[in-house]
Design a protein around this ligand. Structure first.
Ligand SMILES: [Mg+2]
Length: 165
C-alpha cells in the first residue's frame, strides 16, 4: 500500500452536522456517500440526533445522498435510511471497493463531484481513495450525539498510517 490510500482530502475535525454546505459546494461536490455508525449517530444508539437530522434535511436539497455502511444489520441501516429518506447500502465491506463502486456507478456522476464522509481512515477514507472519489473525515459522535473529544480509534489509525503506509 502507499500513502495515497490514507490521504484525507478534507480532515474537517468537525461533527457532520457542522459541515458547511457551501464549502462542500465550493469544492465541486454534488453527491455524498455517508457512513452511518459514528458519523450520523453512535453505533450504540438508535436515535439520530436532531442536529444531524436538520443537517440531512438541508443537504438533501443540495446534494445527492447515499448511506454506505459496513454494519451487517439490514434492520438497523434500513430503519435509519427510511427515517432520513435516503437510499442505503449495508454490509458495504469498506475498504473493499466492490459495493462502494456499485453505488458510485449508479450515481452516474463525475467522480470529482462525489465525496465519501466518514469517521474512520481504515474503512471510509481508504475506500474513497481506492474508488478515486474525494474523502472527508468528520468527528465521531457519542451516544448523546456529541462529537468525541478524543477518538482513540482515529488516533491509532493516524499513528499506524504514519508508519505502515
Ligand atoms: Mg463509522
Amino acid at each position: 500500500m502507499n500513502s495515497s490510500l490514507t490521504k484525507i482530502y478534507w480532515d474537517t475535525k468537525l461533527p457532520i452536522y457542522k459541515l458547511s454546505h457551501s464549502k462542500l459546494s465550493e469544492r465541486g461536490i454534488t453527491s455524498l456517500l455517508i457512513d452511518v455508525d459514528g458519523t450520523l449517530l453512535s453505533r450504540n444508539s438508535n436515535i439520530i440526533p436532531v442536529k444531524v437530522k436538520n443537517w440531512i434535511i438541508r443537504s438533501k436539497e443540495i446534494f445527492d445522498l447515499y448511506l454506505i455502511s459496513n454494519n451487517p444489520s439490514e434492520k438497523r441501516i434500513s430503519k435509519i435510511g427510511k427515517e432520513l429518506g435516503i437510499r442505503y447500502k449495508c454490509k458495504a465491506l469498506k475498504p473493499r471497493i466492490k459495493n462502494t463502486l456499485e453505488v458510485i456507478n449508479n450515481l452516474n456522476k463525475d467522480k470529482n463531484n462525489i465525496a465519501i464522509v466518514g469517521d474512520r481512515i481504515f474503512t471510509d477514507i481508504i475506500v474513497g481513495n481506492r474508488c478515486k472519489i474525494k474523502t472527508i473525515l468528520i468527528q465521531r459522535l457519542n451516544k448523546k450525539g456529541l462529537p468525541l473529544k478524543f477518538n482513540t480509534t482515529l488516533f491509532i489509525e493516524k499513528f499506524i498510517s504514519l508508519f505502515l503506509f
